[in-house]
Write a new protein. Structure first.
Length: 478
C-alpha cells in the first residue's frame, strides 16, 4: 500500500510504500517541478518532496497553486491519498498520482458560502482610512509591472505607508517590506477595504465597493496596437456595459504616451477624470537597470546572445502560439532563447524547455527580460512599445496577420507601414533576419520615428513623477 502524508517540520509531502526501492521521483506541474529524495530500502521506502522551490534565481517559496502529477518509478500510486491539509503557504490534497495545490485558505473560506460571507462583510465595513496602498498586478499572478515600480519608489520616499500586495498564492514574491495578502482571504478583503489607495494594472475583479476617501490608480499594462474594450470588433451590449462600469471605478489613469492617452480614454469611456502621461514606471529599469546581474540570476553569461520571444495571447486559444520552435531557433541563431507567454497563458500553459531554452512566462517582471535581451521577437504585443526604449532590434513574427487584424482584434494603425523591424511569416525568415547585418540600418528611420512618438517620457524617472503626484495629492503619506 502506498501512503501520502505531510511532514510539517520539513514542509514536505512524503510518499511511502513497500517493494522495490524507486530509482527516481518527480512532482511535476505546469510551471514548477521538484525532484523527490528517495530514502529507505525495498522493505520500506520513502520519497520526500519539498513543497517549495526557488525559481529564476530567487528565494525558495511555496509551490504555485495548480494541478501536479506524481511520477515515482515502478510504483502504482492508485491508492495514495491525502485529505486536504493547509501547510507552508499552500493547501495540498493527493488522489492517486494527482496532487492538487490550492492557495493557503481554510476550507471554510474556499467555499462559495465562505466567500459570500467575507464579501458581505467587506461591503458593509467602513474603510479608506488606513495609510496604505493595495497593489495588484495581473490579477495577483505576479508582483510586477507598473505597480511594482511605484511600490519601490513609494517605499523609499514614504516608508510609513503600508503596502499590501494581492497575490493568488504565496509562490508570488512581493517586494521587500510589503505584505502579501492571498486573494479571497479575510486579510485580502480587509486590506482592500481599508487602504486609502488601490494601484492596479487591470480590471478590479470580484465585487468592488469604493470606501469613503478611497482612490483607484489604474496604471494599465501597455500601449495598445490591438483594439481594446469598446473598440473591439462586434457589438456586445454586455461587454460595453461592463467596460463603462469598470472605468467608473478608476480615479486616475496612467498612460505611457499621448497616443495611449487618446486611445485609452475613448476605449474605456474615461472622460472627465485625470490621465497622467508620465511614461511607464516599469520601464525605468530599461534605463537604470543592471543587465549583467539579471543575466547571472538566470544562468546566462554576459557574452551570450539572448533572444526574447514574447507573443501576445489570442482570443481563440488558451495557450501561447506555436509559431516558433525555440530549441531549433536557439541552435540556428546560436543564442539563448527566452520564451515569454502572456499573463493570460500563464495558468493554462506549460513551461517549454530544450537546449538553451528558458521559459520565463512565470518571471515576475517583463521589463527585466527586455533589458537582458539582445533582440526581441514579438507579434502584436505591447512589449514592442517598451522594448523600443532600449533601441535594440525587433522582429515581428506574424504568420496570422490577416486573421488577427481582420477577424480577432483589429489594429489602431497599420503595423506593416510603421513597424521598426521586419514583418516575418516563417521561422526560416526569422533566422535569416537575425543573421542580416544591415537590419538596423534598414529600419533606422522608422525606429527613430517610433521612439519619438511612443517613448519620450520613458526616461528612467517615470516612477518618481507618479509617486510625486500620489504624495502631492495626499492619496497616501500625510
Amino acid at each position: 500500500m502506498t501512503t501520502a502524508e505531510i511532514d510539517e517540520q520539513r514542509e514536505a509531502l512524503v510518499v511511502a510504500g513497500a517493494g522495490a526501492r524507486p530509482v527516481s521521483a518527480l512532482l511535476e506541474g505546469a510551471r514548477a517541478r521538484v525532484v523527490g529524495e528517495v530514502t529507505g530500502d525495498a522493505g520500506a521506502w520513502r520519497v520526500i518532496f519539498p513543497l517549495h522551490v526557488a525559481r529564476f534565481g530567487g528565494d525558495e517559496l511555496p509551490l504555485p497553486s495548480g494541478e501536479y502529477e506524481l511520477h515515482i518509478s515502478g510504483v502504482d500510486l492508485d491508492d495514495a491519498s491525502l485529505r486536504r491539509r493547509v501547510l507552508a503557504g499552500l493547501g495540498i490534497q493527493v488522489r492517486g498520482a494527482s496532487v492538487t495545490i490550492d492557495p493557503p485558505l481554510d476550507a471554510v473560506h474556499l467555499s462559495p458560502e465562505g466567500q459570500r460571507t467575507l464579501e458581505e462583510r467587506y461591503v458593509a465595513q467602513p474603510g479608506g482610512t488606513e495609510n496604505a496602498v493595495f497593489f495588484e498586478s495581473f490579477y495577483g499572478q505576479s508582483a510586477g509591472c507598473n505597480p511594482r515600480a511605484i511600490d519601490r519608489e513609494l517605499a523609499e520616499r514614504a516608508p510609513e505607508v503600508a503596502r499590501y500586495w494581492s497575490v493568488v498564492d504565496l509562490s508570488v514574491a512581493v517586494p521587500d517590506g510589503a505584505i502579501a495578502v492571498v486573494e479571497g482571504s479575510p486579510e485580502w478583503w480587509r486590506a482592500r477595504a481599508s487602504a486609502r489607495l488601490l494601484v492596479v494594472n487591470d480590471w478590479l475583479r470580484r465585487r468592488f465597493v469604493r470606501k469613503r476617501g478611497q482612490r483607484v490608480l489604474q496604471t494599465w499594462h501597455g500601449t495598445p496596437l490591438k483594439r481594446l474594450a469598446l473598440h473591439r470588433p462586434g457589438f456586445d451590449p454586455r461587454r460595453m456595459a461592463a467596460v463603462v462600469k469598470e472605468s467608473r471605478r478608476w480615479d486616475v489613469l496612467l498612460a505611457q504616451n499621448r497616443y495611449s492617452e487618446r486611445i485609452l480614454a475613448k476605449a474605456y469611456a474615461f472622460f472627465g477624470k485625470p490621465i497622467w502621461v508620465d511614461g511607464y514606471p516599469r520601464n525605468d529599469v530599461l534605463v537604470n537597470g543592471d543587465a549583467v546581474a539579471l543575466r547571472a540570476a538566470l544562468g546566462i553569461r554576459p557574452d551570450e546572445r539572448v533572444l526574447l520571444y514574447a507573443p501576445t495571447w489570442r482570443d481563440d486559444r488558451t495557450e501561447i502560439v506555436d509559431f516558433v520552435d525555440p530549441e531549433q531557433l536557439a541552435h540556428d541563431a546560436d543564442a539563448v532563447v527566452l520564451v515569454r507567454g502572456h499573463s493570460r497563458t500563464l495558468k493554462p500553459g506549460r513551461d517549454q524547455d530544450g537546449a538553451r531554452v528558458i521559459d520565463v512566462t512565470g518571471y515576475p517582471q517583463t521589463a527585466e527580460l527586455l533589458l537582458i535581451a539582445d533582440e526581441l521577437i514579438t507579434d502584436y504585443s505591447s512589449v514592442m512599445f517598451d522594448f523600443s526604449v532600449t533601441g535594440k532590434p525587433m522582429h515581428f513574427l506574424v504568420p496570422d496577420l490577416e486573421h488577427y487584424r481582420g477577424r480577432l482584434r483589429g489594429f489602431y494603425f497599420d503595423l506593416a507601414e510603421r513597424a521598426p523591424g521586419p514583418l516575418l511569416r516563417t521561422q526560416d525568415e526569422l533566422v535569416a533576419a537575425l543573421a542580416d547585418p544591415t537590419l538596423a540600418e534598414k529600419h533606422a528611420e522608422r525606429y527613430d520615428a517610433w521612439r519619438r512618438q511612443f517613448n519620450t517620457r520613458d526616461d528612467g524617472h517615470a516612477a518618481q513623477r507618479v509617486v510625486s503626484r500620489i504624495l502631492d495629492l495626499g492619496f497616501v503619506g500625510a
